[in-house]
Design a protein around this ligand. Structure first.
Ligand code: ASP
Ligand code: MG
Length: 412
């Protein structure tokens, strides 16, 4: 029988009533003839609570025990979901990660799935079980310890199961009804997309659109898993939600399909550093060792052998960045006059695979911002994305203006 993967996020399993609602949807797919693998998150708020308990107990915790504790929220929902399905006369069984087994690396709290042997679950399907309810977010390391996949990791569990079982589709049920052209909370013209290409979704997810864990989109792209994002709170038709798929499966597409933003960016400038071979390595090496996620980088024209170097990173990494650079200066590896951090900036990005073949997108973006009187501080581009750093107070204005300029309220 064909296999379907259905993933329910924390808000969709927040109470026993909601679990019942989710189970009914599973029942509908079972009635259509699918064997279903249900991946569940912890009830909403549970994982945060568990993370808090670990911190209270041991500030510099052992990562193996952190995983043992925070993975437990999913065990509860997996059992409850299996019980609910059984109450509805659907043959169902729950599985924790290690029972499947979901084999992962031993990078605790950020493990990667390496293999999911399908045999155990497939054998149960052959015996008449119709639904395998699997606890998301967790696996087992080569050492036999419980691991977790990083926050939001149940999405990745779901996609990995879809790939391992060659599922027809992977449906991600959540509290929004799909992927939008931008955040509807700051732009009332935001429109739900029927389809979005993997590459675009990957950019949007890593730019801060929180609907899917970035890693899950990477995996879906690699294994060509058809991913659908849809609401568990609305009645669903077969074409509900947003399909994340290969670009060949999208007939018509706008040049720009999404405007993303990120509020918590900081701009850091090293003033007057010696411009010599190796200087970038001497600056960005220590930053990377300190775990600073540098995003945009600009090196100015140098005058008399000295230059300014500007980069952006998340606001909560500014202190770490300052410390790493200060230490490099004290060691004599780099030399600068001053280090200036500007934490009142935001990043706004336009994303679209159409940019590959259409020119003028950057010019249109810059013109739009200039018409609104918004000054651009840093620019970065990739093949399908243009990002700018601007004053945070103009962020919403910029998102709305760009949404209008690229006519994202109209479908292609
Ligand atoms: N429960 C985990 C979290 O809150 C994993 C997930 O829900 O995807 O991060
Ligand atoms: Mg999530």
């Amino acid at each position: 029988m064909p296999v379907l993967v259905m993933k329910f996020g924390g808000t969709s399993v927040a109470t026993t009533d909601r679990i019942r609602r989710a189970a009914k949807r599973v029942g509908v797919e079972v009635a259509k003839g699918y064997d279903v693998i249900v991946i569940v998150s912890a009830m909403s708020g549970e994982t945060n609570k568990l993370v808090g308990l670990v911190g209270e107990t041991s500030p510099l915790y052992d990562a193996r025990e952190y995983d043992a504790v925070v993975s437990s929220g999913e065990n509860v929902t997996a059992g409850l979901m299996a019980l609910t399905l059984q109450e509805m006369d659907v043959p169902a069984r729950s599985w924790q990660g290690w029972q499947v087994p979901v084999k992962t690396t031993s990078a605790h709290s950020a493990a990667r799935i390496e293999d999911i042997p399908p045999d155990n679950i497939t054998a149960k399907f052959a015996e008449g079980m119709r639904v395998a309810v699997v606890a998301g977010f967790q696996g087992i390391s080569p050492e036999g310890r419980i691991t977790t996949l990083g926050r939001g990791g149940s999405d990745t569990t779901a996609v990995a199961f879809a790939a391992a079982f060659d599922a027809e589709r992977c449906d991600i049920y959540t509290d929004v009804d799909g992927v939008y052209t931008t955040d509807p909370r700051i732009c009332d013209k935001a429109r739900r997309l029927d389809r979005i290409a993997f590459e675009e979704m990957l950019e949007l997810a890593s730019l801060g659109a929180k609907v899917l864990q970035t890693r899950s989109v990477e995996l879906a792209m690699r294994y060509n898993v058809k991913l659908r994002v849809l609401s568990s709170f609305e009645e669903q038709s077969d074409d509900a939600g947003t399909l994340v798929c290969a670009e060949e499966e999208i007939m018509e597409s706008n040049v720009v399909n999404g405007i993303a933003y990120s509020r918590d960016e900081a701009k850091m400038t090293l003033i007057s550093v010696a411009d010599r071979p190796g200087i970038a390595a001497a600056i960005f090496g220590p930053l990377s060792e300190a775990g600073v996620n540098v995003d945009m980088i600009v090196q100015n024209i140098s005058e008399e052998g000295r230059t300014d170097m500007t980069f952006s990173c998340p606001t909560d990494q500014v202190l770490r960045a300052e410390k790493a650079l200060q230490e490099a200066k004290e060691r004599g590896d780099i030399n600068y006059h001053d280090l200036v951090a500007d934490t009142n900036v935001a990043k706004v990005s336009a994303v679209g695979i159409g940019m590959r073949s259409q020119s003028g997108v950057a010019a249109r973006m810059f013109r739009t911002l200039s018409d609104e009187g918004v000054n651009i501080k840093v620019i970065a581009t990739s093949e399908i994305k243009i990002s700018v750093l601007i004053d945070r107070k103009y962020m919403e204005l910029a998102v709305q203006a760009l949404h209008d300029a690229f006519e994202l309220d109209k479908s292609a």
